[in-house]
Design a protein around this ligand. Structure first.
Ligand SMILES: [Zn+2]
Ligand SMILES: [Zn+2]
Length: 336
């Protein structure tokens, strides 16, 4: 009597291929997340390029360059969708199909013209509601010069997911302009969110947007300075420790030894001190969840806040940082 069911179960046990449909955004980009526990960066890859250019054996994270097989990059929502689809398939196959709409993946993100942008300056993913129009402004698109793979990110991105090529030199200026456009869109984001939710929700989103902008510029600048340095004819004469460019004093010194010109020769004292402060703030955002510790106060000489308080990143400081980083980057560019 149960012959057919048993036959199906045996078939399923041997393994079957279940076709799964994924959602892409209206520009044809497919959500991906870095599987590295420390990174968890969200980015997007043009679906066509994910299929045609990205290889199954190896995909790179645009932020940390972690590599893993193509099957490892699903977002939590996609993992749920895969599980649901597989369960639905099994149920159907053994004749116990429940409602078919359980398997339909419905991104809950596109409600009322708002999009939950997933942002993170730190491990973990924070969904931040922004108006759909602003989400476009905040997204930086990349096109790898080596393999032509198209990818996109809200936060910083340096490596092509398909070939691992470092694109930081070409995309630094673009990263600055994306952050500036984002900051300029804040009044509009605030208005829309106050209308749709309330003032608290609006300020919360804006806080994340500003923090994300600061982290994006500082980390993009550090990678940019490193890539510029490696271009120097005498670069190989210097030992460059890992993450050296995250330390402003050390990188200032390295550039001076290699070229005779350091950061403090390109920037005036006021700007250099402000840049040092932003570097410290990035550390607090990326490693301490934005909560100030004694080291931050000692190093930054920022007397406005106490240990245990949350850092405040203003819109004007992000714009100030973008101006300083641009000046310094063009100074370094002319040396290398
Ligand atoms: Zn990563
Ligand atoms: Zn590439």
């Amino acid at each position: 009597m149960f012959d057919e069911v048993l036959r199906k179960v045996r078939e399923l046990e041997r393994g079957v291929k279940v076709p799964i449909r994924f959602e892409v955004d209206e520009n044809g980009y497919f959500d991906r997340v870095c599987p590295s526990r420390e990174c968890r960066t969200l980015f997007k890859v043009k679906f066509e390029d994910w299929r045609n250019i990205v290889r199954d054996e190896e995909v790179f994270c645009p932020l940390c360059r972690h590599d893993a097989k193509a099957t490892e990059w699903n977002t939590p929502a996609q993992k749920r969708h895969i599980k649901q689809t597989a369960q639905a398939y099994v149920q159907k196959q053994i004749g116990r199909a429940m409602q078919s709409d359980a398997s339909r993946f419905n991104r809950s993100q596109n409600q009322n013209g708002f999009i939950n942008l997933s942002m993170s300056c730190k491990p973990g993913i924070v969904p931040v509601p922004v108006p759909a129009k602003a989400a476009d402004v905040m997204t930086q698109e990349f096109n790898c010069e080596k393999c032509q793979c198209r990818y996109a990110s809200i936060g910083a991105a340096f490596f092509c997911p398909a070939c691992g090529h470092n694109s930081v030199l070409d995309t630094f200026a673009n990263a600055l302009s994306t952050v500036r456009k984002t900051i300029n869109a804040i009044p509009e984001i605030r208005r829309a969110l106050i209308q749709a939710a309330d003032e608290n929700a609006a300020e919360d989103s804006i806080r994340h947007i500003c923090e994300n902008g600061l982290v994006k510029i500082v980390s993009s600048f550090q990678r940019y300075a490193e890539a510029c340095f490696m271009r120097l004819a005498n670069a190989s004469a210097f030992t460059v420790r890992r993450n050296l460019f995250q330390n402003l004093t050390e990188s200032d010194d390295l550039w001076r030894r290699a070229t005779g010109t350091g950061y403090t020769d390109i920037l005036n004292a006021v700007d250099y001190a402000r840049l040092a402060l932003y570097f410290q703030q990035r550390h607090v955002l990326s490693h301490l969840d934005g909560i100030i510790d004694q080291q931050y106060i000692d190093r930054s000489q920022d007397k406005r806040l106490d240990v245990g308080q949350r850092l405040i990143v203003s819109e004007s400081s992000v714009l100030d940082l973008s101006r300083i980083a641009e000046t310094l980057a063009s100074g370094l560019d002319s040396l290398s």
